[in-house]
Write a protein that binds this ligand. Structure first.
Ligand code: 13P
Ligand code: SF4
Length: 358
């Protein structure tokens, strides 16, 4: 686990540089922006290198202006960089919260600052809205680990066994599934299938964690998250012993890491656990930006942040958000027949959530 803020900055800057030429906007250092966005600049001070703040403010100011002009709503996943999460997002959260908010929001244009499957989920639940993603290449190692043909082959091998797919999948894979789930509701969705055996796709680590929480037998696929699989049990132990920190881990981590954790849960559940437990010091065993994005909510907690970045999430930058709003690109389109079936799988997941709340 590396704790390097400069590593984070370098990575972002290289994408930002690549996008700047394309954006047609030349951000200028303006003294007045520091005053106009004083509260935001203060918030960013502890989260990004100080030298970057004036540049970020120029982009943020231009994006806020374009956003109003377009009547657009910007959504950002908890793994987005702090200047996006705090600077331009109207709605933030985990993948489930963002998908639901897309359906409920009043805006006709949604910019998804997340990865491709998240933009597709928003489009599925808000089919009449224009859903844009700043970079079409923002993928996910889990989503690319399985195809619709793979799901059909699994069904043929396990006739009659229902299929639950993690939302980190393409619309085509969702269309072949009985229900979707997120890390926040995977156990409830698996149990709601009413079967003693379920095919659970595609994350083998999330699947093996779910298997420890239920008596339902799970047939797993061999997908992994390239970010979470890079944590090791040894690193987790070392972090606890060296820093005396509580360990909070995402269920996409390997079982040996989860065995060390004080709490295992989705990105939203992690925030709720911190609210309840208020540890003096915590290590967030998940994507690097998560700790940054929680830090303002919990000023009395010391965060040890691993610098494991998701290269797909980090393809989203202020320059390409600006270009996305300016040119209304890149719009998500899903084949109508695929969309109808994929939406049914998402709706089934949401129905389980509604039953839980009754
Ligand atoms: P959440 O469902 O917790 O938002 O996680 C999505 C994700 O991509 C985790 O790596
Ligand atoms: Fe996919 Fe992992 Fe990135 Fe999440 S962190 S988007 S699961 S690659």
């Amino acid at each position: 686990m590396r704790d390097t803020r400069s590593g984070n900055a370098c990575h972002k800057t290289s994408f930002a540089e690549a996008n700047r030429a394309d954006s047609g906007f030349d951000p200028q250092w303006r003294d007045d922006l520091g005053e106009k966005h004083a509260e935001l600049a203060k918030r960013l001070e502890t989260l990004v290198p100080c030298l970057e703040i004036p540049l970020h403010l120029a982009w943020i100011d231009a994006i806020q202006h374009l956003k109003r002009e377009r009547g657009a709503l910007i959504m950002a996943h908890s793994y987005q960089s702090p200047e996006i999460f705090h600077g331009v997002a109207d709605i933030t959260g985990d993948s489930l919260a963002l998908a639901q908010a897309a359906a409920d929001c009043g805006s006709d244009v949604i910019v998804m600052c997340g990865v491709h499957f998240m933009a597709e989920s928003a489009k599925l639940l808000a089919p009449h809205k224009r859903v844009l993603i700043p970079d079409l290449e923002a993928g996910c190692s889990l989503a690319s680990s399985i195809t619709a043909a793979d799901v059909r082959a699994l069904r043929a091998r396990h006739p009659g066994v229902p299929v639950v797919s993690y939302v980190n999948t393409s619309a085509e894979v969702k269309a072949e599934s009985d229900a979707c789930c997120t890390s926040a509701n995977a156990v409830q969705v698996v149990e709601a299938m009413g079967s003693d055996k379920v095919i659970f796709l595609p994350d083998r680590y999330l699947g093996s964690w779910v298997a420890t929480q239920t008596t339902v037998e799970l047939v797993l696929w061999n997908g992994t998250c390239e970010v979470h699989e890079s944590f090791t049990g040894r690193e987790a132990r070392h972090t606890r012993e060296t820093f005396g920190a509580k360990l909070v881990a995402h269920p996409e981590c390997a079982p040996e890491v989860l065995a060390e954790a004080d709490f295992v849960g989705s990105t939203t559940a992690m925030g709720r656990w911190l609210e309840r437990e208020r540890p003096a010091r915590v290590a967030m065993i998940t994507e690097c930006s998560m700790a940054d994005n929680l830090r303002n909510r919990f000023p009395n907690i010391e965060f040890i942040k691993p610098c494991n970045l998701c290269p797909h999430m980090k393809r989203i930058t202020l320059p390409n958000i600006h270009a996305c709003l300016r040119d209304l690109r890149h719009e998500i389109h899903i084949d109508a027949a695929v969309a109808t079936r994929a939406r049914a799988a998402l709706e089934r997941m949401l129905a389980v959530g509604r039953q839980e709340r009754v």
